[in-house]
Design a protein around this ligand. Structure first.
Ligand code: NAP
Length: 345
């Protein structure tokens, strides 16, 4: 029997990498199995949820009517298909794909920066940003609020789980093998084990990658700075989970490392690690399975007015995807969805 104080929650793509993290966060929050609906591209599969076997179904107009909220952890084309069909009738949908992120009538939300956009939405859809964007925003929003942002240059170090199941499978297959040329089979534009690959997604005719263009447009939208000067280089690294970002920024107004440190220490969703030797620098191994974005290596750039550098690490599957999506649903309606957030990890 369904506990009526819990919303009925759908996860499309529940057997995927991000879908699995959604299920694990919802189970940690205590959502009963009877209130979870797991969806995939075909019938006949089961998944384990909090010790209970849950059947995976195909989402349709009938089972969509049972849902209070639907999280989409599928690729863009599937998200578009779902929103043109069964998703249209669900009260609230949060999409992890890039399909709707830049649509004018769809809020793109990282609650630490623009929770109001989730509350003020005109339709039933909220978009979740790219995993690297989400990590960078958590560090940039408090700096924007303190001293403004004139420019942001970034280089990312993105884990293979960011490419979903196919990325993890390729990484596992390459590790420990002597074959150094698996470019044809790789989803990474070249072997990733023992290497780094300075291209994520396809390059356009000007040389910028799809991932770099997403970060450029999404940072501007979430930070509500449509003219912000941004340049991103995105790089895949042989790390299972945990994206890192080197940020080089210029603020609009004069500030100091001490002032920046103070706002970062107080900022929500962020754990500040001083570079004074008292804590480890943020690293992927320290963020996997954790909620906060870790920020460190803060320093002033010598000879550059209002120039600062910092380093960020974050779990791309939690804050970069599932956790941020659930937090956005909570920001949209805290009373209805607040129970879906487990105690912080
Ligand atoms: N990985 C990350 O770090 C990350 C971060 C932010 C955003 N995202 C985005 O999140 C989405 C999911 O990524 P992922 O990494 O979890 O990919 P994934 O591991 O490849 O999982 C995608 C899942 O989608 C399911 N699927 C396919 N067609 C479907 C349909 N019509 N209805 C329901 N489920 C369907 C498949 O499940 P079945 O085999 O059961 O059908 C598959 O397991 C993508 O849009 C991705 O860009 C990923």
């Amino acid at each position: 029997m369904t506990d009526s104080t819990w919303p009925t929650v759908g996860v499309a793509g529940a057997r995927g990498v991000v879908g699995g993290v959604f299920c694990s966060i919802l189970a940690d929050a205590g959502l009963p199995a009877a209130c979870l609906r797991a969806f995939g591209h075909e019938e006949g599969h089961m998944l384990s949820y909090g010790g209970t076997d849950v059947a995976v179904h195909v989402l349709d107009d009938v089972n969509a009517r049972e849902l209070d909220v639907l999280f989409l952890a599928v690729d863009g084309p599937q998200s578009r298909e779902i929103m043109a069909g069964p998703g249209a009738s669900v009260q609230l949908v949060v999409d992890n794909s890039s399909a709707f992120r830049l649509a004018d009538d769809v809020p793109l939300v990282v609650p630490e920066a623009n929770a109001h956009a989730a509350r003020e939405r005109s339709g039933n859809l909220i978009a979740n940003p790219n995993c690297t964007t989400a990590a960078a925003v958590v560090a940039l929003a408090p700096i924007r609020d303190l001293a403004g942002l004139a420019s942001v240059d970034l280089a990312s170090y993105q884990a293979v789980s960011g490419a979903g199941r196919k990325g993890l499978d390729a990484f596992d297959a390459e590790r420990g093998t002597e074959h150094r040329d698996r470019a044809e089979a790789s989803p990474f534009h070249g072997r990733i084990a023992d290497s780094v690959v300075p291209q994520i997604d396809v390059l356009d005719e000007t040389g910028w990658s799809g991932e770099e263009k997403k970060i450029h447009a999404e940072l501007r939208k979430i930070l509500e700075m449509p003219d912000l000067d941004i340049a991103a280089t995105t790089v895949r690294v042989p790390v299972h989970t945990g994206h890192s970002v080197a940020l080089h920024i210029r603020t609009e107004r004069d500030t100091t490392v001490e002032e920046l440190e103070a706002v970062l220490r107080a900022a929500p969703g962020l754990e500040y690690r001083p570079a004074d030797g008292s804590a480890r620098h943020p690293m992927p191994l320290d963020v996997e399975g954790r909620d906060p974005v870790l920020v460190g290596r803060l320093r002033a750039v010598p000879g550059r007015a209002r120039g600062f550098a910092l380093w960020v690490s974050s779990d791309n599957l939690r804050k970069g995807a599932a956790l941020n999506a659930i937090q956005s649903a909570v920001a949209a309606d805290p009373e209805r969805y607040g129970r879906l957030l487990p105690p912080p990890r």
